[in-house]
Write a protein that binds this ligand. Structure first.
Ligand code: ZN
Ligand code: ZN
Length: 256
């Protein structure tokens, strides 16, 4: 069954432009240089899921005209991936409890940060209602598709990437073990984080992402979780190898 991917956001944690920044990329008038915090929408059949729920979630749902959401899959607990959680309320009001798929540690972090959502005592009316579903590094089924988690490290923090059919989405990774890379063979599309050209302790640089891409050889690769320090979209795109693209907000990919 076909899979439609919409890049809801492709920026690193501060987004682009950064508040108050006079960096040329932050001042760019090119729409492709404006990046909300990282997230993707996945649609197949009548199913709609989102990977991560960062601080731009509300704006992203409005911009992509999402009227139904069947669940949120979390890569990890950092604020740029989770801070928009309160804004699932319109979906809860219409649909009921929102399924959350996340590592046990991430669910624990969310329980601490969003205690009012997870509490069962004296819960304030109108708060989001969630169904917390723990995932491990084992395939699980969403609607009629098998999702294969891919374990990586983000500095020292465990993060999940996900493979669905011949599509895979990796963000906030710095290292991936060989056995996890084995799960990413024969992809049509690989999305992978590439922060900037200079070293980062927690994210792939452009060269590191390109190394993973040349090892895995997907048919096409798209770079995401991009810092303003990487440069202007159009300049960076010209320097990339064949079949490697900088993702940009609202880019859509349809896979058969
Ligand atoms: Zn991030
Ligand atoms: Zn992170």
């Amino acid at each position: 069954m076909s899979l439609k991917i919409t890049f809801l956001g492709t920026g690193t944690s501060q987004g682009i432009p950064i508040i108050g920044s006079t960096h040329p990329v932050c001042l760019s008038s090119n729409i492709k240089d404006k990046r909300l915090r990282v997230s993707v929408l996945l649609e197949w059949g009548n199913n709609t899921f989102v990977i991560d729920c960062g601080p731009d979630f509300r704006q992203q749902m409005l911009r992509a005209n999402v009227i139904q959401l069947d669940g949120v899959i979390f890569t990890h607990e950092h604020a740029d991936h989770t801070a928009g959680l309160d804004d699932i309320r319109p979906f809860c009001f219409r649909q009921g409890a929102m399924p959350f798929y996340a590592h046990k540690r991430v669910l624990g972090e969310l329980r601490t940060r969003f205690n009012y959502i997870f509490t069962t005592e004296n819960k304030y009316p109108g708060s989001p209602v969630v169904e917390a579903l723990e995932i491990e590094n084992k395939p699980f089924v969403l609607a009629d598709k098998t999702i294969i988690p891919v374990d990586g490290l983000h500095n020292g923090l465990q993060v999940f990437g996900f493979r669905i059919d011949n599509f895979a989405y990796l963000t906030d990774m710095k290292t991936i073990k060989q056995e996890e890379l084995e799960k990413l063979k024969d992809l049509d599309v690989l999305v992978i984080n590439a922060l900037r050209e200079t070293f980062s302790p927690s994210h792939f640089t452009l060269d590191e992402a390109l190394e993973v891409i040349s090892f895995l050889k997907p048919k096409k690769a798209y770079l995401t979780h991009i810092s303003h320090q990487l440069g202007f979209h159009d300049d960076v795109q010209q320097k990339l190898p064949k079949n490697v693209y900088l993702a940009y907000d609202m880019l859509q990919i349809n896979l058969k």
